[in-house]
Design a protein around this ligand. Structure first.
Ligand code: ADP
Length: 395
């Protein structure tokens, strides 16, 4: 029996989940938010209880120490050495990391070098890794990359139609994201359908605040909607997704407050998507509520969102030359029955149909009608479990 902790470190947050392995029992989970901002909030959930406290957590080392001390305080562990493994989610693995790896000094340096591909995420991921190395230097430490699952994409999918030197010299290509989630739900879908994944064509729609859609051929990613960065693809909570790249210089030249490309990129990342179009909120629940009250911006945002999801599914049916199952996952995919209904309504010609009695809030599993040629599935994602399993496998 061992205890393994899965870590998702952001620039000002640290999300964690503690497992008893190999049983895969979740012993506790939590999040520390607002690290370094003076009034950090730490929340721990265990045994059906939820404990929160506000205190000053200066950096990731202090955050990890707080997590470990809370685990002792709440009698979840008796001492630090009960934790034998840690798995870290790392956003960008570039072309270097095609699978999860044990972290040594070289791997940590490489994760930091890849920061140019994920400037907001990789430095934070590395800070989380370093904090654990400092406090628990002897435990198994594994990096699980968001991009690894997508390294099976063929060159036609991952290359952009720009001159070769930009790929060769500057590594500009599609890397994708949410790989751990797409991998997990595609495998769960195969289990649900009682078929070997090697025989299935599956489209996985991870739609949360950020979102991406992946074409899975026989269990491997062959195309995905996020690109060089997670700004590409679908319309998201605050991100634009795909737009004409010529819009960027046009805005720089014509909008006084957008002085350079960085300013526009910031708008595209943080002030676009559902938030930008609705002028109201980046949260799908707010959009749906406002739409029901007749808010025109929310209605347009909702319709555009559905349109983008539908079009990527259509593209990937072409990429796969058919599809056996469509999987919805993440916050909107798992809970948003209205979005699922409206996306699939537009795909009925392709033989997809959801059963309104199953397509309800709180239902997971097969939501398609008996006649539906393509199975439509709702599968809650579990990236932390994949991380914990990889630690177990590599130790
Ligand atoms: P993140 O990408 O930050 O992990 P999540 O996967 O948690 O995001 O998804 C958050 C999104 O899920 C929000 O837009 C939220 O409104 C949406 N969501 C949660 N519950 C529902 C629901 N019942 N109906 C529609 N959308 C929902």
């Amino acid at each position: 029996m061992s205890k393994t902790i899965a870590i998702n470190a952001g620039s000002s947050s640290l999300k964690w989940q503690l497992y008893k392995m190999p049983e895969e029992d979740v012993l506790a989970q939590g999040i520390i938010e607002r690290i370094g901002l003076g009034d950090s909030i730490s929340t721990v959930k265990f045994d059906g209880k939820k404990e929160s406290q506000t205190l000053d957590v200066a950096d990731h080392v202090q955050a990890v120490k707080l997590v470990l001390d809370d685990l002792i305080r709440f009698n979840i562990i008796a001492s630090y050495d009960e934790i034998t493994g840690v798995g870290h989610r790392v956003v960008a693995g570039g072309e270097l990391f095609k699978e999860s790896v044990l972290i040594d000094d070289q791997v940590l340096a490489q994760i930091e070098e890849l920061s140019s591909l994920a400037p907001l995420h990789n430095p934070a991921n590395a800070a989380g890794i370093r904090a654990f190395k400092e406090l628990l230097p002897d435990i198994t430490s594994v990096a699980v990359f968001d991009t690894a699952f997508h390294t099976t994409m063929p060159e036609v999918a991952y290359r952009y139609p720009i001159a070769d030197k930009y790929y060769t010299d500057y590594k500009v290509r599609k890397y994708g994201a949410h790989g751990t989630s797409h991998y997990y739900v595609a495998h769960e879908a195969a289990k649900l359908l009682s078929k070997p994944i090697e025989e299935l064509k599956i489209i996985t729609a991870h739609i949360g605040n950020g979102g991406s859609i992946t074409a899975n051929l026989h269990g491997k990613s062959v195309d995905t909607s996020m690109g060089f960065t997670p700004l590409a693809g679908l319309m998201m909570g605050t991100r634009s997704g795909d737009i004409d790249p010529a819009i960027i210089p046009y805005l720089v030249e014509n909008v006084p407050e957008l002085e350079d490309a960085a300013a526009v990129t910031n708008v595209l990342n943080k002030e676009s998507g559902l938030l930008g179009v609705s002028g109201l909120s980046s949260d799908m629940r707010d959009i749906e509520n406002a739409m029901e009250e007749g808010h025109p911006g929310a209605t347009l945002a909702y319709d555009m969102f559905v349109d983008r999801v539908k079009k990527f599914i259509g593209q990937y049916m072409a990429v796969l030359n058919g599809v056996d199952a469509l999987v919805f996952t993440a916050g909107i995919g798992e809970n948003g029955w209205m979005i699922r209904r409206d996306v699939v309504k537009g795909l009925s010609w392709f033989g997809m149909e959801v059963d309104p009695e199953k397509n309800v809030f709180g239902f997971a599993g097969d939501i398609s009608t008996a006649d539906s040629k393509v199975k439509v599935l709702v599968i809650p994602t579990d990236e932390e479990l994949v991380i914990a399993r990889d630690v177990e496998r590599l130790k």
